[in-house]
Each structure stands twice: as C-alpha cells, then as structure tokens.
Design a protein around this ligand. Structure first.
Ligand SMILES: [Zn+2]
Ligand SMILES: [Zn+2]
Length: 276
C-alpha cells in the first residue's frame, strides 16, 4: 500500500456522489493512479540521498525522464475541453526544458522565491506540480526519520513544510486527548507538521476576531478558515467529524467552497498543490 492508494479510493468513492466536482474527482483518480506509478518507481530506484538539502535529494533526472510519457498521457486523459488536451498546447509542453522547469519549481518555493513561479503558465505549472508531487513524497517518506529535520517543537508554527519548504495545501484536524490537534499538509510532499489552531499561516494573525471560520451543510467536515487581516484562507479537513476523509481529495471535492470564498474576496494562499 502506498499513500496514493487511499487518495485514489477516496476520489473514486466521492466522484459519483458529487454534483459540482464529479469530473474533477474522476480525473484526479486517474491522475493519482499515474502519480502512484511514479512514486513506486522513485521508491524502487533507490533510497534518496540523506543529509543533503531537499532539492539535492530530489530525483530530478527520474522526474525529467518521466515528463514526455506523462504529457502524452495527459493529452489523452485530461478532461475535455481542456487546454492540456489541445494538440498545439501538448506539443508546446513537450518542447519545454523540463529539467530547468522542475529545478526552478523546487527552488522557487523557498520563502521569497515565489516570483519565478509566475513565469510558468497554467498548463506548465500543472505539469510541474503533478510531476513533482510523487517524487517529492518519495523523498519525504525516506527522510521522515532523519535527524536533520526540524524537531516537531520547532516545526510548530512554521508556515512552510519543514521537509521541502513547500506551502501548505490544506489544514487537518485530528482528535487528540479531549480536543483536536491541527497540522498543515504540504502541497508538494504531503508531509504534515503541527500548527496552532488559531493562527493564519500566511500573515500569522492570531486574534480570534480576525479569523472567521465558515462551514457549509454539504461539507460538514470542511472548514474555510479565513483571515480578515491578509484576506487569505486555507481549507481545513476536520477528521474528528469525518474520519474517512482524505485531506488532498476532500479538498478537491469541496472546490465549491473555494469559489464561495473567492466570491467573498478571500484569496487562496500560494500553494504547491496540484490545481486540478
Ligand atoms: Zn513538503
Ligand atoms: Zn492572514
């Protein structure tokens, strides 16, 4: 079993039940199956280098070599109509220098380096994120016990992944004692790290009155945690309400809440998650 199996199963379970997100979840299930094969190949290749910065441990050659076949798969499998399926767009993507694109993406997620991410257009950015995730998670899984990682006490309160410096994709609430413990989940390598329940991960606002939480009857386990100071928001998947939820998938399934938040002037924090 890999972490991808749970994501695939959850997407296949939710797709038929969803009105707004059925197509996106069906596509995600197929995408996650493809990503699972990349993850498995990265794990099998060999253990990623230890004790070196994440970007150096990332199997850049393996990810670059995977790009052409992934692009061909996308051209057939992306929902239609979609720019990823457009023949001209697919050809343009095939001609890109993926080694450089992937290396830039790994570097630009460091704090302050987001600007270079903007040079990537939508489809190329999607490909970079989708290709990076399984290889990044393979590195993260292999390094989870490494001493060089920040201990949890230092990681608590960080807005960036302590393993790869990626941005959080979603928050997660789990039962702990008589309350709930909050973590943030990295949009790139899926590592989770402890984070205060009452703090904006973008601007670190911590005043209760400035941090409204919105929920909808259709998604009782999904909280839109907004911030009136920076007008950002991050969705948190509450596993104390639905223990079967899988954060990356339930985040996608509740995409209508993102539209709702956007209509009210809240913007998603910069993320390295797959924008499918
Ligand atoms: Zn990470
Ligand atoms: Zn904020």
């Amino acid at each position: 079993m890999t972490p991808w199996d749970a994501r695939i199963a959850r997407a296949l379970e939710l797709a038929p039940q969803s009105v707004a997100a059925s197509q996106i979840l069906t596509f995600y299930a197929a995408l996650a199956q493809y990503q699972r094969s990349l993850f498995t190949s990265a794990i099998a290749d060999n253990a990623p280098a230890r004790g070196v910065p994440f970007a150096d441990a990332f199997p850049l050659r393996l990810a670059t070599d995977a790009a052409p076949a992934f692009l061909r798969w996308l051209a057939h499998s992306a929902p239609s109509p979609d720019v990823l399926r457009n023949a001209a767009s697919a050809q343009k993507l095939l001609e890109l220098d993926w080694t450089t694109r992937l290396r830039e993406a790994l570097e630009c997620d460091a704090p302050g380096g987001v600007a270079s991410l903007l040079v990537l257009d939508g489809p190329a950015l999607f490909v970079v994120r989708s290709l990076t995730q399984p290889f990044a998670e393979a590195v993260a899984v292999a390094r989870r016990d490494e001493r060089c990682l920040a201990p949890q006490s230092e990681g608590a309160g960080w807005s960036r992944c302590p393993v790869c410096r990626g941005a959080p994709r979603a928050g997660v609430l789990r039962e702990e004692g008589h309350g709930a413990k909050k973590t943030l989940q990295c949009g790139r390598c899926f590592t989770e790290w402890g984070f205060p329940r009452l703090m904006c991960p973008t601007c670190r606002e911590a005043r209760f009155d400035a941090l409204p939480v919105f929920t909808a009857d259709a998604f009782p386990h999904v909280r839109v945690e907004a911030c009136e100071t920076c007008h950002g928001y991050l969705k948190t998947i509450d596993l104390t309400v639905d223990g079967l939820a899988v954060p990356a998938v339930d985040d996608l399934a509740s995409i209508s809440l993102d539209l709702w938040a956007s209509e009210r002037g809240y913007g998603a924090a910069p993320t390295t998650g797959a924008s499918v």
